[in-house]
Design a protein around this ligand. Structure first.
Ligand SMILES: C[S@@+](CC[C@H](N)C(=O)[O-])C[C@H]1O[C@@H](n2cnc3c(N)ncnc32)[C@H](O)[C@@H]1O
Length: 259
């Protein structure tokens, strides 16, 4: 939760009245003291799950912010680790914390990479993308992955309908819709626009083969379903891409094929 080192309510309000990019520029110095930074518990759990799926060569953290996900990539990737984000100040914080990483300022909806990575991860950022933008985002990451490459991200289960958490997120999203109906620039941040069945469909439409597995550290809900899953979206492998005439000589993966 929020701590005395984190932003004040006034600072958060000013952030939420800005664009997403400028809002994060303002929040950057205090971002790691907010609950918006992905928790170490989730990061370790994802690392453990990915360790069993490698080896991976180069890794990309999409919407890396201050770099919470970069150590995950460092643990499971043998090659270069890259973070991409459009907030210059978030990247400056990431650069300070992770000097060995390559940090690129770019819009995730127009990624400047082609068939470059064996693994892409993303943490805590999908709420900034409305459904149409999610389609573009998934397509951009797909283009950035090598044939056979993997996009992986954690996806917590939604709170049970009618629970306190359910109504809190519902109220947050409703307030955001009102704010965006009356104020410009919009601040796109919604909690209820990223649900597994829809996400799966959008990923499949973008050309991935989709699987998911529970992150066991988070346990199960009363109905036995996992509290948090790792979504694994795989770009078709080399042979399928070759059949489709997609692989250029310079794009060949350096890591062993995993399928
Ligand atoms: C909640 S933060 C998450 C940061 C980090 N991944 C983490 O888990 O701590 C969301 C990040 O997404 C970035 N972001 C949002 N929309 C973006 C876009 N279209 N292109 C690039 N970065 C974007 C923001 O600048 C911010 O750094």
């Amino acid at each position: 939760m929020f701590t005395p080192q984190g932003p004040t309510l006034r600072e958060l309000t000013v952030q939420a009245l800005s664009s997403v990019e400028h809002g994060y520029d303002l929040l950057a110095p205090k971002f790691d003291a907010t609950p918006f930074r992905t928790s170490d518990r989730i990061l370790s759990s994802v690392t453990r799950a990915l360790e069993g799926l490698g080896p991976f060569d180069a890794g990309l953290d999409v919407c890396c912010g201050t770099g919470a996900g970069l150590p995950v990539l460092r643990s499971v990737c043998a090659g270069r680790v890259t973070g991409v984000d459009f907030s210059a100040n978030m990247l400056a914080e990431a650069r300070r914390r992770h000097p060995a990483a390559t940090l690129v300022r770019a819009d995730a909806l127009a990624l400047p990479f082609t068939a470059s990575f064996g693994l892409a991860v993303s943490f805590g950022a999908f709420g900034h993308f409305l459904p149409d933008a999610q389609r573009t985002l998934f397509a951009q990451v797909h283009a950035a992955l090598r044939p056979g490459g993997l996009l992986a991200f954690p996806l917590p289960a939604p709170p049970p309908v009618g629970s306190r958490a359910y109504w809190t997120l519902w109220a947050f999203d409703a307030a955001m819709r009102v704010r965006n109906a009356v104020l410009r620039p919009p601040f796109v941040m919604y909690y209820r626009t990223f649900r597994l069945p829809d996400v799966r469909t959008r990923l499949e439409e973008a050309g991935y083969e989709v699987a998911h597995r529970p992150l066991p550290e988070f346990g199960t809900r009363e109905d036995g379903s996992p509290r948090c899953r790792l979504v694994l979206a795989r770009k078709a492998g080399e042979s399928a891409a070759e059949e489709a005439g997609e692989v250029r000589e310079g794009d060949r993966p350096t890591a062993p094929r995993r399928r």
